[in-house]
Design a protein around this ligand. Structure first.
Ligand code: DLL
Length: 435
């Protein structure tokens, strides 16, 4: 059994020991080498040398995305620049990017963490891994690439885009594992069908390792049906490493955190209080052995929970639930909190509409939020039949009201009228911000 397989099944007490030692080491390292942490710990009266238990960790102050932005470009480095072998950045819709730096050791750990997802997909050195995440500053492409190498698999570094070629390569090279965002996987599936292929028959896909954005269970089911493979979720973020922080196993019952490299906490996003396993809240991560860009209690803004209990797959690392969305993506519609993926889940119970949608948020003359779901109809559904269109719009709207207690206007639109994405799909257009 490889070292990775061994640690994935280690007793949880052993993992907790690794975690406590890793947190203390990281916190002291941050305190001694990164001025931000020295100031933040001192202001909070927190001495990293005093960490003896997980309760002590909960006394450490948080670090937020803005803190990392303020430290751009190199303010959060814990090693001399010459030890940094690679740099990634998260795009940041609001301007300044956050930087993730990697030593040689950090890159090795990254590959090993992503490889866990391939192992969970029953992968081996016999697999052909097509990496259709974007390469570049985005961590998706190279993270999956390193994971494929770590597995000794055959890696096809095709990157995102050029979808027809993507499909021909997949068919000709016998790709068994596809790595890309779920929305791009759907675009690949639809394009393959338009090219006259039956992907389940003509391609050789066994598994898709899809992440970087939320997707609903119904979206997943449709992908699996169209491409004839199994879809496994992968989670990660530039600020702590990239993809591979947590990987879904074949059971599809949550994502196992790489707990020997990351310490997870779930907090109440309003009060910062640590919540018990099972309760939904914001994920906070501490890196345990990151050299170049360590973080102590990084607030991810991602909403999930730790799933209590043991996974039937036998992996002892705790699982997070699939991410519904980020606190900053959550729509508050007349006081009710909703994530776009919840709207997607309901919408996808209607056969007449496809997986492509966009949610527009605006305000009316009384400054109340109005939410419009633009949903593409499937080819074959006639948009000229006004009565049928109105009936379906009303039906979807009523189902959303019952399921989520929110009033959403539904507008059916032509097939292919919503822009396709090769990376993360833009699901929400907030017109309020443009006013
Ligand atoms: O998206 C890393 C990644 C690449 C993950 C490829 C998985 C696959 P960033 O661009 O820094 O990094 O964006 C991180 O994306 O905080 C989440 O809000 C979201 N996210 C990542 N994975 C998932 C997922 C990459 N599986 C941000 N489900 C995170 C839902 C996800 N959201």
């Amino acid at each position: 059994m490889s070292k990775t397989q061994e640690i994935l099944r280690a007793p949880h007490e052993q993992i907790e020991k690794i975690q406590l030692e890793g947190i203390k080491r990281t916190a002291i390292n941050c305190y001694e080498n990164i001025p931000f942490y020295k100031q933040s710990f001192d202001e909070a009266g927190f001495d990293p040398h005093s960490i003896e238990s997980f309760d002590d960790v909960a006394r450490a102050p948080f670090v937020e995305k803005q803190d990392l932005r303020d430290a751009y470009p190199y303010g959060m480095l814990a090693v001399p620049l010459k030890e940094v072998k690679e740099i990634h950045m998260s795009s940041g819709t609001t301007g300044v990017a956050t930087v993730g730096a990697y030593t040689k050791h950090d890159i090795d750990i990254w590959g090993e963490c992503f490889a866990r997802g391939i192992l969970f997909a029953d992968g081996s050195d016999e697999d052909v891994v097509q990496v259709a995440y974007g390469y570049g500053l985005f961590t998706g492409g190279l993270g999956a690439h390193y994971g494929g190498h770590w597995m000794d698999a055959t890696v096809i570094p095709i990157s995102a885009g050029n979808t027809e070629r993507q499909i021909r390569v997949m068919r000709d090279m016998g790709t068994t594992i596809l790595c890309c965002t779920p929305s791009y996987a759907m675009h690949i599936a639809d394009t393959a069908i338009e090219m006259g292929l039956d992907p389940a028959r003509d391609l050789h896909l066994r598994a898709g390792i899809h992440g970087a954005e939320p997707f609903s269970d119904n979206f997943r089911a449709e992908l699996e049906r169209k491409l004839g493979y199994k879809v496994l979720d992968v989670y990660g973020l530039t600020e702590t490493m990239g993809p591979g922080v947590a990987n879904e196993c074949w059971e599809q019952k949550g994502l196992h955190i790489a707990e020997d490299h990351f310490y997870p906490e779930i907090i109440n996003p309003e009060t910062g209080e640590v919540l018990p396993d099972g309760e939904w809240g914001e994920l906070v991560l501490t890196t345990l052995d990151r050299e170049a860009s360590p973080v102590v209690r990084y607030r991810t803004r991602d909403i999930t929970r730790i799933i209590p209990g043991q996974c039937p797959c036998g992996c002892s690392h705790r699982r997070i639930d699939r991410i519904h969305g980020r606190t900053d993506d959550m729509l508050i519609i007349r006081g009710v909190n909703v994530f776009p993926s919840q709207i997607e889940d309901v919408m996808k119970t209607f056969d007449q509409v496809s997986s492509w949608y966009q949610i527009e948020v605006d305000t009316d003359h009384r400054s109340l939020d109005i939410v419009t779901l633009k949903a593409e109809v499937n080819p074959g559904f006639e948009l000229d039949s006004v009565a049928a269109v109105e009936r379906l719009q009303k039906e979807i709207s009523a189902t959303l009201k019952t399921a989520l207690s929110v009033g959403v206007r539904v507008k059916l639109v032509e097939p292919k009228s919503i822009p396709r994405s090769e990376g993360k799909a833009k699901r929400v257009i907030d017109l309020r911000k443009e006013k």
